[in-house]
Design a protein around this ligand. Structure first.
Ligand code: ZN
Length: 233
């Protein structure tokens, strides 16, 4: 019902149904869980249109915030001390980029790879792209890198892929955990595969790898969850 109402507005559920917003709506209406919210909508206790209106306001507020420099600095992070948070051994002031394929987060085990003309790209050590680099050819292109003392204000995007038994209330449970941990989420997307397993993609913004590990540990306790991986794009 909510999804239908969202569709009418031209937005997508991924844009509007972010855990932070849902938590706000729950709090404001004294609901304990998202199931309470859904049943209130179902029974006509609260109009779906009103909920969606609130979600749209939050979405607009949020997208405005994203244009602010706080997030921009992550993308414009260019060199040592300039915001990427990574130090390259033996290469002062060189261009450093956090790779988009595996999205390293401070605390992750990382390596640097000297690219042609684009400085050093930083990957998680377990990134498939690093494993696939031809070792002979690339021997002198891999460099040691380490994290600077990460500033807690800096946020990094991480994507999780959750595989679970497709059961009622699964998505609500996942959303509840993310919002309880007060982790901002920028994407949420679920589908069911041929084996009737739910595949849930969640994009979150965290400051450290510990935070993502804690989130994964909590999500693993959700009933029906089979596996959780930090996905590659
Ligand atoms: Zn990578």
């Amino acid at each position: 019902m909510l999804e239908h109402e969202i569709k009418k507005t031209g937005y997508t559920a991924q844009q509007l149904m972010i855990p932070e917003t849902i938590e706000q709506i729950l709090r404001k209406n004294n609901f304990q869980t998202t199931d309470d919210l859904y049943s209130a909508i179902g029974f006509g206790g609260i109009p779906a249109a009103k909920v969606v209106q609130k979600m749209r306001e939050e979405y607009k507020r949020r997208t405005k915030k994203i244009e602010a420099p706080a997030v921009g600095s992550r993308h414009s992070a260019k060199n040592q001390g300039g915001g990427s948070g990574v130090i390259v051994e033996g290469l002062e002031g060189c261009l450093v980029r956090l790779s988009k394929c595996c999205r390293p987060i401070p605390g992750d085990d990382i390596v640097g790879y000297i690219t042609r003309g684009r400085g050093v790209s930083v990957h998680r050590r377990d990134c498939v792209n690093v494993k696939n680099i031809d070792s002979e050819q690339s021997e002198n292109r891999i460099v040691n890198v380490s994290w600077e003392n990460a500033s807690p204000a800096e946020r990094y995007c991480a994507d999780l892929l959750i595989v679970a038994d497709d059961r009622t209330g699964l998505l609500a449970d996942i959303i509840n955990i993310i919002s309880t941990m007060k982790i901002p989420s920028n994407a949420f997307n679920a589908r069911v595969n041929k084996n009737m397993e739910a595949l849930v993609n969640v994009g979150v913004e965290v400051s450290t790898a510990e935070q993502i590990d804690e989130l994964i540990a909590k999500l693993k306790n959700v009933s029906g969850v089979i596996s959780i991986t930090r996905s590659l794009q």
